[in-house]
Write a protein that binds this ligand. Sequence first.
Ligand code: GTP
Length: 644
Amino acid sequence: MLTQWRRACLRILGPGGRACFSTSTRWCAPKPVAMEDFSCDLIRNFSIIAHIDHGKSTLADRLLELTGTIKKKEVGKNEQVLDKLKVERERGITVKAQTASMMHTSGGKQHVLNLIDTPGHVDFAWEVSRSLAACQGALLLVDASQGVQAQTISVFHIAQERGLKIIPVLNKIDLPAAQPERIAAQMEATFGTDPADIIRISAKTGRGVDEVLRAIIDRIPPPSGVPTKPLKAFLFDSQYDRYRGVISLVSIQDGILKKGDRIASCYTKKKYEIAEIGIMNPEENPVNGLYPGQVGYIACNMKESSEAHIGDTLYRVGAAVDPMPGFKPAKAMVYAGIFPIDTSDFPKLEESIKRLALTDRSVTVQRESSTALGQGCRLGFLGTLHMDVFRQRLEDEHDANIIITAPTVPYKIVYKDREVFVSNPTEFPDAIDVASKVKEIQEPVVKASIIAPEEYFGEMMDLCFSHRAEELDHRYLDAGTGTSSRIMLNCVMPLSEIVTGFFDQLKSRSSGFASFDYEEAGYKASDLAKMVFLLNGKPVDALALIVHRSNEDKIGKIWVKKLVKVIPRQMFEVPIQAAVGKKIISRETLSAYRADVTAGLYGGDVSRKMKQLENQKEGKKKMKRMGTVDMPQEAFFDIMSSRK
Ligand SMILES: Nc1nc2c(ncn2[C@@H]2O[C@H](COP(=O)(O)OP(=O)(O)OP(=O)(O)O)[C@@H](O)[C@H]2O)c(=O)[nH]1
């Protein structure tokens, strides 16, 4: 009974208690599956990899439909089955990789096809490499109207480095702008793909998708694994379920895993008993056991997300095995403070942040307090889209009313005797300390690749150089394909320049034609300083920024002008200043409300009138001396929103 009730809740909330769309009528009733019937050679583990929006989730849906895993969609219904989060459906992006198993008969034999959907945005590259570790093959999907883009190249390299069989697929051939021949030539020139191997499809209409299914079975090698060997299960994803604790996704390398088995983690050495085991079909579907090469979920009363270490190897208690090579842990690259608009809401907000962080392991959380904004949390994200998605989930799923500070990257402060990472401007050393104690300040840099049509090359270079980029090289991508060329520019640039709207500017200056990808490239010494903003002579901690000295004048002016617009007028005049160290970079004055204290005075009693004005001035001075500028949280909200 309890289990049924939980399942009903899960259908509504989605795994991990997440808001999930209610398409339960579209699911086929889970059929009991006997996984022991599937030996390795009947299993294919694959992923779909592509640049953002090239159609991964749409193709995943068609494959689920074609194999009868889900019912065919009603015409006009566009939401994707594997994009389960509300933000994913609203924004049309995949954030969290999802897994689904399909049964498909080919050559008279039933196969299990395990599809691991991957996100396309550069922020979630970590999810891509994690998903690929559980696969033997990948469908490399390219939009036939847009061609090879920056992330197509990066995901191709990740898949190639992992030794996966890559099946090239040209999607969206139904579009009038599709140029399959041209794009096939481009894929040949970029990846050395034989055009004869490229499958042409429309994931939207379903055309050609059956050929993809055939290729998955014919071209992707089955996993290897021996049922009689000691159990070795690779943990590649986890999510949190408020009733059952951590649910982990595992791929069985060797041995058999069954309900009731006692397992242990190579990483934490903790022991657990398997309470539930199943496959994602695409919802959870319990099975009796998982066999070599299979992918499925386990619930084993793991209480904390941190116990499910991504890349861990699980083994049977008493039969220890060598751990498989794990993953580099996800590294936060962008930090921001999150504060409640109403300061008394902090306990509720902190609880919501913690709950959400349980479902998103790549977020780091720490408490933070600010004189201006009160108690809050400082969170670390993989990138700004990731930050935005987390914020939206906090608002959508937890009803939070929040202020989020400007994103900051982790800076390295090299003192004479130690190195410190600083990801909060308030902790950045001030100018005096920098001069006397700091040897060097370093900032994270990335290797960025931008692809754009040749005619936008000038614009692209301008934009990059105004963001402190240094060119590494550039090359023509479509050489020999007989079409107008696109250029791929590789450069090194500071990460801090990317996190503040670079991508939006790139899109608008290239009329949407440029694509962009980046990877970490270490740290580099840089001339950076803390810029503080003073209201009535007092610095406001929450407004501080780290700036490159070459940009300080420009940035100081912009933000002082914005502050003047959002801060409400006071009873006295308020100077608003941007300063670096003792140097005032920019200043504006917020004029005072002028309460008409002389109203109600009759006639020509000039001396009384003057006295009133004097008193008013005195009052203003007092206010000034006390430095009480009234800055409502809403004003912070406005200024922070415009810093994104
Ligand atoms: N015309 C046409 N549109 C398609 C086709 N496949 C996908 N689309 C559309 O392209 C858009 C992006 O498709 P998605 O499946 O969400 O792309 P995605 O690669 O999963 O996106 P991310 O998960 O954000 O990386 C959607 O509007 C789809 O309806 C196709 O074959 N033809």
